[in-house]
Write a protein that binds this ligand. Structure first.
Ligand code: ATP
Length: 198
């Protein structure tokens, strides 16, 4: 089955655009949500986290001690990379399980903030990058999450630049105030249906 990866930097609107594909009947896997759920469901991952960061990573009832994990990876690139190297394979496993259950779809999508940073794009047949100017993205996230400008910028700094991702992606959807999203989605949808037929 044809697999399409979709990404975009913070506030670009990748989730909003993915919902449009869903309205067209395309199953979408949300990797960032999956990353949260595998932390408390995937036994291999949970054992890996305990081995890497200590038994106190989980409470006795199996809940993740998010505050403890956050305190370890906060401002520590090495520890964050270690955590990601455990979580990403678990998300890949969750995606494969999810994909195996999909029936009767011309193609499926994986929405992930770190599609390119995590190498997850290598498992996709085509990729889409959703873009919007930084100022607009900052405004959206400040409104959505109540973040400060600095918080948005610090998250932005942890992702590849838009320019780099545009280069890596097969297609770009502009989600700014100059172009309508739906015609862009429909054009790609047609293209992917054509590709899936071959
Ligand atoms: P993140 O990676 O930060 O989760 P995202 O790329 O998934 O963000 P969305 O959550 O889809 O982005 O969009 C960010 C905010 O901007 C949301 O509140 C959404 O409703 C709004 N938004 C997205 N696209 C548009 C648009 N074209 N017009 C107006 N608001 C938009």
């Amino acid at each position: 089955m044809l697999k399409i990866g979709i990404t975009g930097n913070i506030g670009s609107g990748k989730t909003t655009v993915s919902r449009v594909f869903e309205i067209l009947g395309i199953p979408v896997f949300y990797a960032d949500d999956a990353a949260k759920s595998v932390m408390v469901k995937d036994a291999i991952l949970m054992d890996g986290i305990k081995a890497a960061f200590g038994q106190e990573s989980y409470f006795d009832n199996g809940m993740l001690n998010r505050r403890y994990i956050a305190s370890i990876v906060f401002n520590d690139e090495g520890q964050l990379a270690k955590l990601n190297s455990l979580v990403h394979p678990a998300v890949f496993r969750a995606f494969d399980e999810w994909a195996a259950q999909v029936k009767n779809a011309p193609y499926i999508m994986k929405e992930a903030a770190l599609l390119f940073e995590s190498d997850s794009y290598k498992m996709c047949d085509r990729t889409i990058m959703v873009t919007a100017p930084l100022e607009l993205r900052i405004k959206r996230v400040m409104r959505r999450d109540g973040f400060s400008r600095e918080e948005v910028l610090s998250r932005e700094a942890r992702q590849f630049t838009e320019e780099k991702k545009i280069e890596l992606a097969d297609f770009v959807i502009k989600n700014d105030d100059t172009e309508l999203v739906i015609p862009q989605v429909l054009a790609l949808h047609e293209k992917f249906i054509g590709l899936s037929a071959h």
